[in-house]
Design a protein around this ligand. Structure first.
Ligand SMILES: Cc1cc2nc3c(=O)[nH]c(=O)nc-3n(C[C@H](O)[C@H](O)[C@H](O)COP(=O)(O)OP(=O)(O)OC[C@H]3O[C@@H](n4cnc5c(N)ncnc54)[C@H](O)[C@@H]3O)c2cc1C
Length: 327
């Protein structure tokens, strides 16, 4: 059993912490911010590999996470996870890069009998599969409630400080600080990608289905129903504004109009807008799940881009294996 301090209480920090705790380790979680001000609170958050590299590792982490989330959806409603029937529109019938391990992935053609492709916006193909959908409003508090000790609110100035300060000296520190790793570690490989979603009261859209269309990267569209609301997205844009941990960027009202217009093209007409939220995806050239080269007591787990909910458990299990291998 190791004494482990996890820095960060977004979906990555909390999932890592409970995975390590399940394996018998003594875990302490320290975070500058929790709840509504952090990136993890504004995510869709559906299982779907999006803006995360490298593909081979992401596919593996995604597959582990999908299995885990599917189990949670069955086991405990309080975890905020439900299974939806997902439709991903496509221009081609080649299996998507993340599809090899999705055993229920089925190709549908717009011309197949019984398919109502009127809302496919011209797409010739669609991939159907079961996708776990997470609601961060329930899932993050649920993860936190699974911890033996509450999250400690503390902003650390360096990872070394996290090792040297505190009630007990940890054997391992796991860095799950997301975008903040850019300044904490001077890591120029990570950069913010702006995203915005419109949260609506449900209209006529089937609450058991979700759909996404990323054929045009400049006009990505998705709709994700929750138990009591519907998320309409999306957008991915470079961001050169300020980045402050615990503070989300202001939504762009013009973009809200664009997203609602786009939704109408797919026949999605919400009844009303509840709120509009934006966040900065912690995109890194490669998601960093590795031991620090200069200090073996530090393991990094950050840079999950647009896939934090999709790969959290797979990454957490890899961290746990690193802790247990000791190398
Ligand atoms: C609009 C939008 C939609 C999205 N939709 C999806 C989706 O459908 N599916 C999906 O899989 N992903 C989605 N994502 C991506 C997902 O939200 C992120 O990948 C994920 O939230 C990253 O989690 P994280 O825990 O690494 O970071 P964060 O949520 O930012 O958490 C970082 C934690 O580290 C703490 N921290 C930072 N610096 C310090 C410090 N110095 N000391 C102590 N603590 C510190 C913070 O306070 C916080 O607790 C979406 C993102 C956006 C913006």
């Amino acid at each position: 059993m190791s004494q482990i301090t996890v820095i960060g209480a977004g979906v990555i920090g909390l999932t890592t912490a409970i995975t390590l705790q399940e394996r018998g380790h003594q875990v302490r979680v320290v975070a500058a911010a929790t709840g509504a001000g952090i990136t993890s609170s504004v995510a869709g958050a559906i299982w779907f590999p999006f803006w995360a590299e490298p593909r081979e590792r992401v596919s593996k982490w995604a597959s582990v996470t999908r299995r885990w989330l599917t189990g949670l959806a069955r086991a405990d409603a309080r975890a905020g996870v439900d299974m939806l029937r997902m439709l991903e529109l496509d221009d081609q019938d080649r299996v998507p890069w993340w599809g090899a391990e999705i055993e229920d992935l089925v190709l549908t053609r717009a011309t197949d009998r019984g398919v109502d492709a009127s809302v496919w916006n011209g797409a010739p193909f669609g991939w159907r599969f079961a996708a776990p959908r997470v609601d961060p409003r329930h899932h993050l508090p649920w993860l936190e409630a699974c911890l033996r000790a509450p999250v400690e609110r503390l902003a650390i100035a360096s990872l070394r400080e996290a090792i040297e300060r505190g009630p007990t000296r940890p054997d391992i520190v796991v860095n799950c600080t997301g975008l903040a790793s850019r300044t904490l570690l001077q890591d120029s490989a990570i950069r913010p990608l702006f995203g915005q979603v419109v949260v609506c009261t449900p209209g006529t859209f089937d609450p058991g289905s979700s759909m996404a269309d990323e054929r045009d990267p400049k006009a990505v569209f998705y709709v994700i129903p929750r138990r009591d609301e519907v998320i309409i997205g999306g957008c991915t844009a470079e961001w050169d504004g300020p980045v402050a941990d615990g503070t989300l960027p202001a939504p762009d009202p013009n973009l809200t109009e664009v997203l609602l217009d786009r939704a109408a093209r797919y026949g999605v007409v919400p009844r009303g807008i509840l709120r509009v939220v934006a966040g900065l995806r912690p995109y890194r050239t490669t998601v960093r799940v590795e031991r620090d080269a200069g200090d073996a007591r530090i393991i990094h787990n950050y840079g999950h881009g647009g896939s934090g909910y999709t790969i959290a458990r797979g990454c957490a299990e890899e961290v746990a294996e690193m802790v247990e291998r000791g190398a």
